[in-house]
Ligand binder design. Sequence first.
Ligand code: KIV
Length: 270
Amino acid sequence: MTTADERPRSVLELVAMKAAGRRIVMLTCYDALFARLLSDGGADLLLVGDSVNQVLAGRDSTLSATLDQMIYHASSVRRGTDALVIVDLPFLTYQVSVEEAIRNAGRVMQETSADGVKLEGGRAMADTVRALVDRGIPVMGHLGLTPQSVHALGGYRVQGRDAQTAERLLQDAKLLEDAGAFSIVLELVPRALAQQVTAALRVPTIGIGAGEHCDGQVLVLHDMLGLNEGFTPKFLKRYGELATATREAVAAYAREVRSGEYPGPEHGFE
Ligand code: KIV
């Protein structure tokens, strides 16, 4: 397990993990309580993903996440951990103009004390990535299935399956690296393509549904804890069954309240 001492303290140390052959452990996180537990458990960095909109707010896509919402969750996460925290820039906060991207990413950094931001897209975002990095804002890229483009992509499906789209994704990854991205998330891409991209870059790739060759892995916390029972994609491995545990705990509580077993005298005040 990674101890607090071994955890990367900056995005530069994160990049150095690739050269040292150390795999990177990332999880999504939206609140202070889980932030504490995830750092205790050994996560290297926490991603305040705009998936919060699906996971906690019950929406069917990430598109309606707002900057204020992300800032609220990122501030909560920051209060729970001293691990690296990266925050998703939500849809339309960075695509309209480079100026807006700088202002919005700047707000995230200023108001949450996060360590960097993540944005989706390849060549179309290279200038934006460069502008943010030049202004001191570390940027993580995101290629493959980019959920903010779900409507254009025709659904949540594996990307880069044919030679042409695979080559384009590889070029996009190099362009993001050249623009200064410190790491790139690869979501839902074939294992061989993720391996090729990972080998071609100096900066680490972090995969979700992208196979075993990436430099690190990320999962949505509530999925891997078994809290989001209906979501069972092939790439997901559950490391807990917390939905079942929660239901059982609530049922036990309900039973005891109804029978008068809880609260007992030991739970009361004299
Ligand atoms: O929003 C999110 O949770 C993400 C991960 C799936 C990488 O972007």
